[in-house]
Design a protein around this ligand. Structure first.
Ligand SMILES: O=C(O)CCC(=O)C(=O)O
Ligand SMILES: [Fe+2]
Length: 344
């Protein structure tokens, strides 16, 4: 039987590094309304805010896994394009957030062009589903329109299942969370491609990468290690081991806000992959769900809409992390750069 994922084509995640205690939640069991699984899911959302979502045994889950594999091929092709071509779709001229961006460092020999040591590309759900005036994108993206569409719809179906379980545990009126996340309403949902070439661990860079996700729920596929979370009990950075057939799901700041701190949006970061994996280009594929753009209340005193919050957080204007205590601005100034503009 052919392997469902391509993890086997890369060196294994090392066995001698400390890993994060993520529980595994079965999508198939949640779909079937399994009460024990649902209870374990809710505990994970409160305690760590990160868990594996095991897709195997769910027809929706296995479809998402195979689409993620197909999109991983597309993203590698995208990042292979000449820099001058990728830059056409870059920040800030295409869009301040839904665009390609990179960070670069000087070449080691001092004469070659700078090295792009981090690249990502945010593709908006509303562009993919033709729900807005589409931002310009490369033909490669358009050639895979149907794959993107299916991926968005399927990720959203899995997320809707998770929101439904959360809604029940939080004892909210039926459909409360669903109504804040309707797929056909404008929102900051997006697919993110990411790529980093092999590189040395750098403490400053690792610190700058610390963040919480701004939105509601994030569905993450990665093929190499490098994702780390800082656990509340030990305060140590520990790796999240990629598990073939599972994605990593984490809760974002919006879920903490909606629940006044009952749920957890855990701080995390990406550093070079550990062990033998360090020598390989690292990609990840992220689907971010965010509350709809519309103001959540009619109160003119309400500080920000979801869209405004995302734009500020996503473009470096509000550096910091979000914990149960609320939003904590960054304790150290972030060095501005072309790729991480920090606006006044
Ligand atoms: O690349 C990863 O594994 C995680 C990426 C991430 O945390 C993000 O893009 O917000
Ligand atoms: Fe993240």
């Amino acid at each position: 039987m052919p392997a469902l994922t391509s993890h086997h084509s890369l060196p294994p995640f090392p066995s001698d590094v400390e890993t994060a205690p993520l529980v595994s939640i079965s999508l198939a069991k949640l779909e079937a309304g399994d009460t024990d699984e649902s209870a374990a899911f809710f505990v994970a959302c409160k305690r760590l805010g990160f868990f594996y979502l095991d897709m195997i045994g769910s027809s929706l889950g296995e479809t998402i896994v195979s689409e993620a594999e197909a999109l991983n091929v597309v993203q590698k092709e995208f990042f292979e394009l000449p820099n001058s071509v990728k830059d056409i779709y870059g920040r800030p001229h295409l869009h301040p957030f839904y665009a390609y961006r990179y960070n670069e460092v000087p070449s080691t020999d001092g004469t070659s062009p700078p090295l792009r040591n981090f690249e990502n590309y945010n593709l908006r759900k509303d562009d993919i589903l033709s729900q807005c005036d589409r931002l310009a994108c490369h033909d490669l993206i358009l050639q895979h329109q149907s794959l993107f569409e299916r991926y968005v719809v399927h990720c959203r179906a899995a997320i809707d299942c998770l929101l439904e379980h959360l809604n029940t545990h939080l004892q909210l009126p039926e459909g409360t969370l669903a109504k804040l996340h309707r797929i056909h309403e404008r929102s900051g949902d997006h697919v993110r491609f990411t790529q980093t070439p092999p590189q040395q661990f750098d403490e400053q860079r690792a610190r700058r990468a610390e963040h919480t996700d701004f939105g509601s729920l994030t569905v993450l596929f990665n093929w190499l290690g490098g994702l780390q979370i800082r656990t509340a009990d030990t305060n140590r950075w520990v790796y999240v081991r990629p598990i073939p057939g599972s994605c990593v799901v984490n809760l974002g700041d919006a879920m903490v806000t909606f629940t006044a701190g009952i749920l957890r949006s855990n701080v995390h970061r990406v550093v070079p992959a550990p062990g033998a994996q360090a020598g390989f280009v690292r990609n990840s594929l992220v689907f971010f769900t965010r509350p709809e753009d519309k103001p959540m209340s009619d109160d003119p005193q309400e500080e920000m809409t979801s869209d405004e919050w995302i734009m500020k957080r996503g473009t470096g204007q509000l550096p910091g992390v979000f914990t149960a205590k609320g939003f904590e601005p960054a304790a150290f100034p972030l060095a501005p750069s072309a790729a991480y503009p920090v606006k006044a």
